[in-house]
Design a protein around this ligand. Sequence first.
Ligand code: PLP
Length: 401
Amino acid sequence: MSKSPASASPTARYRPETRLVHSGSLRSQYGETSEALFLTQGYVYDSAEQCEARFKGEDPGYIYSRYSNPTISMFERRMIELEGAEAGRSTATGMAAVTTAILAPLKAGDHVVASKAMFGSCRYVVEDLLPRYGIASTLVDGLDLDQWKRAMRPNTRSCFLESPTNPTLDVLDIPSIAEIAHQGGARLIVDNVFATPIWQSPLALGADVVVYSATKHIDGQGRCLGGVILSSEAFIAEHIHNFMRQTGPSISPFNAWVLLKGLETLAVRVRAQTETAAKVADMLATHPKISRLLYPGREDHPQAALVKKQMRAGSTLVGFEVKGGKAGAFRFLNGLKISRISNNLGDSKSLVTHPATTTHQRLAPEARAELGISEGFVRFSAGLEHPDDLIEDLHAALERA
Ligand SMILES: *Cc1c(COP(=O)(O)O)cnc(C)c1O
């Protein structure tokens, strides 16, 4: 909740690129150009009366960095204005953001509906963790609107989805799913990591809450973890503010500062990485050793019409299946010289992942097959290298596959 002085920021009316550089800046008495890093746990007060007033919420200053901090406020305000949200809170990791956004508003007896194609840890929270506390969950094929409708119950409080999905890049119909959720009296929470705030704005599409792992494109340079929850003033005040204050999934001011500086270059990086991903997808589409290609920016993507409706561009990620199963995929991964094997994404360095043995190894083979994660499936995250170098490297490794 923006009780901090950052809420006075006059930059919200600017275009996204300008907001990414200027929103939320709180300049100190020294007039620094770059945002200051307030690496402090707590704050001191001029008098006992001021301290009392601050604890009563009558004085707007800071109390303790588990609650908030000027550097964290700057990062939150920049994200709030970028997304066009009313309020938001940042967290230590993307998973802290997902878990807080899902868990904090619920109680035993509630029910959640979620798309089964999602980041492995998100699926753990919905499928394994919630039921242990008496919160039922139903997983649906996110592409099938009838399944969403049929899964809704009188006690359904939240729907959760990720689009494009990890790792198969399915694109889910956010406006239609938001309508189904709202008709059932539930809220829609969207994990927007794969789309990035540059290419998709879930709140404008009807979602109620957006979560990010800032670890991905927002940092984008492999340095630190972080997360953000963005929503209405009412949702953050009622459900998130106190939960975060008392349970402490708070972000470090240092990491918030790194992410704040990461935002300044986010649009430039995401645009360049998307152009590269599109070139890589076009090359792979005609390669004889590739049996399946999924790229949301191409006409042959299964939900190409929906991509045009709800996204401003494709993706920095490409999904594809290398012929020859796991052995073929491993020969390909081991043959790469520039793109590195990693489970991360959105980095300035191109990264490749084998989901079946890493991010999705926890799932039973049948569950993986249902999601289209075959043994030969590879996820490519385009970095900032020259696209021709990457394409030559991918070509050479495919020769060896
Ligand atoms: C990485 C990721 C997360 C988790 O974020 P962390 O910062 O690693 O905790 C959640 N959702 C998606 C889609 C992700 O890619």
